[in-house]
Design a protein around this ligand. Structure first.
Ligand SMILES: [Zn+2]
Length: 137
C-alpha cells in the first residue's frame, strides 16, 4: 500500500507555469522541491522567486545638520543606535529560544509554541528606545 509520502505528482510555479515532480506530505500538501518557495498561497520556482524578491538597501542621504550638529556627532549617535539595536536583537533572539517549547521524552508531537510578546520587556530593557509601540497587554 502506497503512503501519501510515496505519491508522486507535479507542482506548478504560480508565475511561469514550470512543473516539477514532487511528493505529497503526510498532510496531503505538496512538498516544495529544493529551491522553491511558498509565497502566501503560491508556489514559486527558484528562478521566479529570485526575480521577484531580493535584498534591498535603502539609502537616506544626509545633506546637512540642523543647529550645531556635525558629522562626528552624527556618527556617534548612529553607532550608539546600531549597538543598541544589535543588543536588543540578540536579547530578543535569546528570549525566544529560552521560551521555546521543549520536546519531552513522552511527547508524541511537539506542543505548539505559546504566544510571546516581548515589547513590554524590551521597553524596560532599552528605555531610550521609547518609540517602540507598546500595546496594552
Ligand atoms: Zn517560475
Amino acid at each position: 500500500m502506497a503512503t501519501a509520502e510515496q505519491t508522486k505528482i507535479a507542482i506548478r510555479c504560480a508565475s511561469c507555469g514550470k512543473e516539477q515532480a514532487t511528493k505529497t506530505t503526510a498532510n496531503g500538501k505538496l512538498r516544495l522541491p529544493r529551491g522553491w518557495k511558498s509565497v502566501h498561497e503560491d508556489s514559486l520556482c527558484n528562478a521566479c522567486f529570485s526575480a521577484k524578491y531580493g535584498v534591498w538597501a535603502v539609502l537616506l542621504p544626509v545633506t546637512g545638520f540642523l543647529g550645531d550638529g556635525n558629522w562626528e556627532t552624527f556618527r556617534e549617535v548612529i553607532r550608539e543606535q546600531w549597538d543598541e539595536a544589535t543588543r536588543l536583537s540578540q536579547w530578543a533572539y535569546t528570549e525566544m529560544y529560552v521560551r521555546d517549547v521543549r520536546r519531552e521524552p513522552d511527547d508524541q508531537k511537539l506542543k505548539p509554541m505559546s504566544h510571546i510578546y516581548l515589547y513590554p520587556e524590551a521597553r524596560k530593557n532599552s528605555p531610550h528606545y521609547h518609540r517602540i509601540p507598546l500595546r496594552d497587554c
